[in-house]
Ligand binder design. Structure first.
Ligand code: HEC
Ligand code: HEC
Length: 244
């Protein structure tokens, strides 16, 4: 198993943050500052550094207004078990969320190390400490379940169309939108809402949520089927070596 020590990750990111990388950058004769060990992933600073170099580009500096649902949402954290978040970060989710471990489809996204699950667990615990709060989890649960698409069509007409079919909110039946969001992403959008965009958490029952998600999933174009979005599905052989 080839894995660079984690300290590499952190020293690389510190180096990027200070934009003073590499000995070559020092003028001849300059004295190099004594190396300060970077904060580990078991510290809030270490996780904050890791977030800014690996996640913030897509998820936003403070976990919101990025390409995905907000991750600074306490209700979401309350409902998501660590194991599910670790799996998402390890293998990725759909077309847009890359995986960071050696198990990731197509190889790890992280450029200079394959993160192990133990390291990803530290990141997830650190993010939970930053954004989670104790309380009752959302009744509909964390993991997507698909119900009956036909029943879901009437749930959509009754509970969603008032905003999503009249221009008040974005069209969530748009094929390009559906091609680029996973069933899990649709589920989370309905159950937890988008507090960053003014969309409330659902008041539907877990069964109705499962039905309406099945209805949306059934409208996804065939070329972007759930199998193609599923990170656990067998991938094409990777082109090139992704583990430098
Ligand atoms: C009161 C208005 C309202 C209702 C009712 C509503 N939504 Fe939304 N929804 C929003 C807003 C606002 C957003 C944020 C995006 C935007 O501004 O268009 C959103 C976003 C979404 C998204 C995209 C989330 C993302 O991460 O990109 C999905 C999917 C969605 N809604 C599904 C549903 C479904 C399914 C229902 C019915 C069960 C529903 N919504 C009911 C207002 C509503
Ligand atoms: C290249 C952009 C990108 C990067 C980098 C990225 N993400 Fe994501 N992430 C996304 C997108 C887009 C989604 C939504 C995917 C979907 O639902 O189809 C997502 C989804 C997620 C989810 C699941 C949310 C849910 O609905 O269940 C978690 C958790 C997550 N990302 C954590 C992270 C962490 C932690 C990092 C850094 C280690 C990271 N992401 C880096 C783009 C990214």
């Amino acid at each position: 198993m080839k894995r660079s020590p984690l300290v590499m990750v952190l020293s690389m990111s510190t180096c990027v943050a200070l934009s003073a990388c590499g000995r070559g950058a020092l003028p001849p004769g300059a004295v190099e500052a004594a190396a300060v060990p970077p904060p580990g992933l078991d510290t809030p600073e270490g996780v904050a550094n890791f977030w800014s170099s690996n996640c913030a580009g897509c998820h936003g500096a403070d976990g919101q207004l990025g390409a995905a649902r907000p991750l600074d949402d306490p209700l979401w954290w309350r409902t998501m078990p660590d194991a599910q978040v670790v799996e998402t970060v390890a293998v990725g989710l759909g077309r847009l969320m890359p995986g960071f471990s050696a198990r990731a489809k197509g190889g790890p996204y992280i450029a200079y190390a394959n993160l192990g699950d133990a390291e990803i667990e530290l990141v997830v615990k650190g993010l939970r400490a930053r954004w989670g709060t104790p309380g009752e989890p959302a009744a509909a649960g964390a993991a997507v379940r698909l119900g009956d698409a036909a029943r879901g069509a009437s749930v959509f007409a009754n509970a969603c169309a008032s905003c999503h079919a009249n221009g008040t909110a974005a069209s969530v039946t748009d094929p390009m939108f559906l091609a680029n969001i996973t069933d899990q992403g649709l589920w989370s959008a309905v159950v937890f809402g988008r507090p960053d965009l003014g969309k409330a958490a659902t008041t539907l029952s877990p069964g109705e949520v499962a039905d309406v998600v099945a209805h949306l999933a059934a409208m996804r174009p065939a070329w972007a089927s759930a199998a193609a979005l599923d990170p656990a599905a067998p991938s094409k052989p990777a082109t090139g070596d992704s583990t430098p």
